[in-house]
Design a protein around this ligand. Structure first.
Ligand code: NAD
Length: 327
């Protein structure tokens, strides 16, 4: 019998075509760029219109017991993301539903975005752009927009998996930065290739780093990993970057730290309660914000679509999908 798949928002055509060419019936929930994510009720309402065998979900789709209960025919949830904190893995296992992700293929994109944020902070490009466009540039000034070099500075990486490794590579090889890292697992490769030094605790890393960049998954152990007390441990001249997941940071505490100039600045691609921003965050002059676009590059997004589709094809062919996360 023909299998039916719901893709919860438009993704690159490649994924859709792969599924259709393999005989799947595919529906895509409508939505324009920048539209609010589907609420869970909206998602359930789509899922109950037809009998779906699988879902291609986004990181904003809450895939929990309530949703699984409402769509009992679903046998696979193929997340179109490297992270999978939006899926209740225990519940999927209990119900025999396979959950998959799209790891690795967005790592370079996210690492380059983290570097772009780092450079935007240290070179003050966003402020300078606005200044120039507003017609405020009256002539060269020796004291205008003085920034900071990356070369020779210490980058503190928290989490050095697929993305953190790429950030270490670019920062060490491209910008001659010193790399310190904290990860629950030692990474011999970056120690050998980029002279990275591992520290035993986050507390040891924070006071030494000129820039701190987060690359951990959202887990119980990483929720509010960066909080008020830890922000106070950073250098006053330090910059903070988050391209991982919003709730890894206590965003309210970050706003306070930025307001009180406990740190020099921050750049965020992810938010604790996104798309909402913590009160006061958007009006600070020492913060740069992007709307969760770190993986928004043609190569990464095409690959994510291809892998999500392939996981579904493999599953219905009777094979174990390569990227199953609930083993
Ligand atoms: P990964 O699994 O390859 O690496 C994660 C690393 O974090 C691992 O080395 C792991 O040992 C470490 N870690 C886990 N728990 C830790 C803890 N408590 N303390 C310290 N280290 C810990 O994941 P990845 O592909 O590098 O991605 C990291 C995260 O980035 C994803 O889980 C996702 O949430 C996020 N991400 C964001 C975007 C974006 O668009 N902004 C895109 C892709 C991924």
């Amino acid at each position: 019998m023909t299998k039916r798949i719901l893709i919860t928002r438009e993704i690159p055509k490649l994924g859709l075509t792969m599924l259709q060419e393999r005989g799947f019936e595919v529906d895509v929930c409508p939505g324009e760029t920048g539209d609010a994510s589907l609420s869970q009720d909206e998602l359930i309402s789509y899922l109950t219109k037809n009998q779906y065998d699988g879902i291609v979900s986004l990181l904003t789709d809450k895939i929990d017991a309530k949703l699984m209960e409402a769509a009992p025919s679903v046998k696979i949830v193929a997340n179109y993301a490297a992270g999978f904190n939006n899926i209740d893995l225990v519940e999927t296992k209990k119900r025999g539903i396979v959950a998959t992700n799209t790891p690795g293929v967005s790592s370079i994109a996210v690492a380059e975005h983290a570097m772009a944020l780092m450079l935007a902070l240290t070179t003050r490009i966003v402020e300078a752009d606005l200044f120039t466009k507003k017609g405020k540039y009256q002539g060269w000034s020796p004291m205008a927009f003085i920034g900071t070099d990356l070369s020779g500075k210490t980058l503190g990486l928290i989490g050095v998996g697929s993305i953190g490794i790429e950030v270490a590579r670019i920062a060490a090889q491209g910008f001659a930065m010193k790399i310190l890292y904290y990860d629950v697992v030692p990474n011999e490769k970056i120690e050998k290739d980029y002279s990275a030094q591992r520290v035993a605790t986050v507390e040891e890393l924070l006071p030494q780093a000129d820039i701190v960049s987060l690359h951990v998954p959202l887990l119980d152990s990483t929720h509010h990993l960066i909080n008020a007390a830890r922000l106070k441990m950073m250098k006053k001249s330090a910059f903070f970057i988050n391209t991982s997941r919003g709730p890894v940071v206590d965003e309210k505490a970050l706003v306070t730290a930025l307001k009180e100039r406990l740190i020099a600045g921050a750049a965020l691609d992810v938010f604790e309660f996104e798309p909402e921003l913590a009160p006061g965050l958007a009006t600070l002059d020492n913060v740069i914000l992007t709307p969760h676009i770190a993986s928004a590059r043609d190569h990464a997004r095409n690959e994510m679509a291809r892998i999500a589709a392939q996981n579904i094809i493999d599953f219905f062919d009777g094979n174990k999908p390569q990227n199953q996360v609930n083993l």
